[in-house]
Ligand binder design. Sequence first.
Ligand code: IPE
Ligand code: IPE
Ligand code: MG
Length: 250
Amino acid sequence: MKEKLHRIDLQNVPNHIAIIMDGNGRWAKSKGMQRVFGHRNALTAIRETADTASELGVGYLTLYAFSTENWNRPKLEVDALMSLLVTTLKKELPEFQRKNVKINAIGNLTSLPKNAQKVLANVIDATKDNTKITLTFALSYGSREEIVNAIKNITKKVVNNEIEIEKINDKIINNHLYTFNLPDVDLMIRTSGEQRISNYLLWQMAYAELYFTDVLWPDYRKEHLYDAIIDYQNRERRFGKTSEQIETNE
Ligand code: IPE
Ligand code: IPE
Ligand code: MG
């Protein structure tokens, strides 16, 4: 493991990592357990990933915890996920403070149960001055819903003469997304072998490097994040330019 750490260039760590934490259900099933058992066992992976990212100097870690589409799961599972959210946030708050972690949330948060909204608001407020890493939970999050919401808000401003149509640009759209205070995603990781985006951060991932691993989320540990970052560091991010331009810093 130390060896892997030494292969990471600490000057070139992705500033924003987004993760699709997938495979909890399959992990539980493989152990002959109910799906919810997998969700309950996701916490260690979340903790270890956040700690590792923070140690490496990653500025922003954004975790997909519940999608707009996940509301269509059986009520029992949805309820279990919501109550897990509440207990986890409450339990982890002292740790977030100790580790200087700033908590943030993106998504259609008003659709969450009232108690979850309350705990979330409390944790966000309590950690707002923390500076080591921003840990964002995507909750009731869907990229399309986010974009629709942004368009509505921009349109309202156009109607009220607060924004001129001609002035609408990338930056204005960015500022109306739930992620307005986050930088673009540098590295997107999805666990469990699925190779799709599932309505996650479509706009924000325009130039992200994508990394897929077969590891199921409850098994995700430090070394797996090291692997993803080493892979990321071996890629050339060209942003539309040529390799030669990148080499000569043009
Ligand atoms: C990811 O694991 C967690 C959530 C979507 C809440 P899944 O619950 O999707 O697990 P699989 O994909 O069914 O194994
Ligand atoms: C995406 O996982 C959402 C989260 C990880 C929270 P899903 O398991 O819901 O995605 P699909 O349905 O397999 O695309
Ligand atoms: Mg899944």
